[in-house]
Design a protein around this ligand. Structure first.
Ligand SMILES: [Cu+2]
Length: 282
């Protein structure tokens, strides 16, 4: 069982191990989707892109709908398992970032996620000059080979405050309707963080930035928190009668006829218990 923690609670050696695992997946493990042309890390970027645009786009869409939480839960767990197999370390777990920037809560440090960008990120382990973090999947044509960030440049973006998070957690039911949990969490908490970080994070190829996984880890944890806070609400809706979207529906990670990124399959129901998937939150 893996335990996911706030990155601020990690020991320096745990941060280093996580960064080294990301770099191993980025440089040392061949791609399954496009072997010889990409690396395994890039497969996760490609899958997320295929979930939104392009000739390999698959349906149903795991954004702006109920599947948002279950689909990303499997996506993150597969990334976590890939980090473990890239390093032979079964204790690697994705840390989460709660969108705080003060003191040790700031993940954008030279020993961890690196800092803001100046066309390209210039500090930390993913800086372009370090030659260890080459971008290989773009939204459109071949783009910038360096990781890009642009903190706070989008005037419509912000990092949600603890009170905004607490307010979102009061929303029920899971769905539907604009004031229910899923749309509020995805639209009012999750989306503005992508835009606030900017650069690659503001695009459909957002997993290009490793902070994607820390951000979505917190989103995943919030779904757990919400479920615990509302024991009489269904953890997921629609429960039935909506093929592709209800509890019995199998989550999709590749277009029919295209290679699957990994073995195994999960229904929405299979994602409701994190321990069954092999992890818990501290
Ligand atoms: Cu996201």
């Amino acid at each position: 069982m893996n335990t996911r923690k706030n990155h601020a609670a990690l020991l320096p050696e745990d941060k280093t191990a996580f960064v080294q695992a990301v770099l191993a997946l980025k440089n040392d493990v061949d791609s399954v989707l496009n072997p010889g042309k990409m690396k395994r890390y890039d497969d996760f970027v490609q899958i997320h892109k295929n979930a939104m645009i392009g000739p390999d786009m698959f349906m149903p869409m795991p954004h702006q709908g109920s599947l948002f939480f279950p689909w990303h839960r499997v996506f993150l767990r597969q990334f976590e398992l890939a980090l473990q197999s890239a390093t032979g370390n079964p204790n690697i777990a994705i840390p989460y970032w709660d969108w705080e920037l003060s003191g040790k809560n700031n993940p954008f440090t030279p020993d961890f996620m690196g800092g803001d960008g100046d066309n390209r990120v210039i500090t930390g382990p993913f800086a372009f000059a370090g030659k260890k973090f080459k971008i290989r999947v773009w939204d459109g044509d071949t783009g910038n080979a360096g990781l890009r960030r642009d903190f706070g440049n989008d005037a419509s973006a912000h990092l949600p405050t603890p009170s905004q998070v607490a307010s979102a957690l009061t929303k029920t039911p899971y769905s539907p309707g604009p004031k229910s949990w899923r749309p509020v969490c995805e639209g009012a908490l999750h989306n503005p963080v992508h835009r606030w970080i900017g650069g690659n994070m503001a695009e459909v190829t957002s997993p290009n930035d490793p902070v994607f996984f820390l951000h979505h880890c917190y989103i995943d944890r919030l779904w757990e928190n919400w479920r615990t806070q509302h024991p009489t609400s269904e953890a997921y809706l629609p429960a039935a009668g909506s093929p592709g979207y209800d509890l019995a529906s199998e989550l999709v990670f590749n277009k029919a006829g295209k290679p699957a990124p990994w073995t195994g399959s999960w229904t929405v129901q299979d994602t409701l218990n994190t321990a069954t998937l092999g992890y818990t939150y501290e």
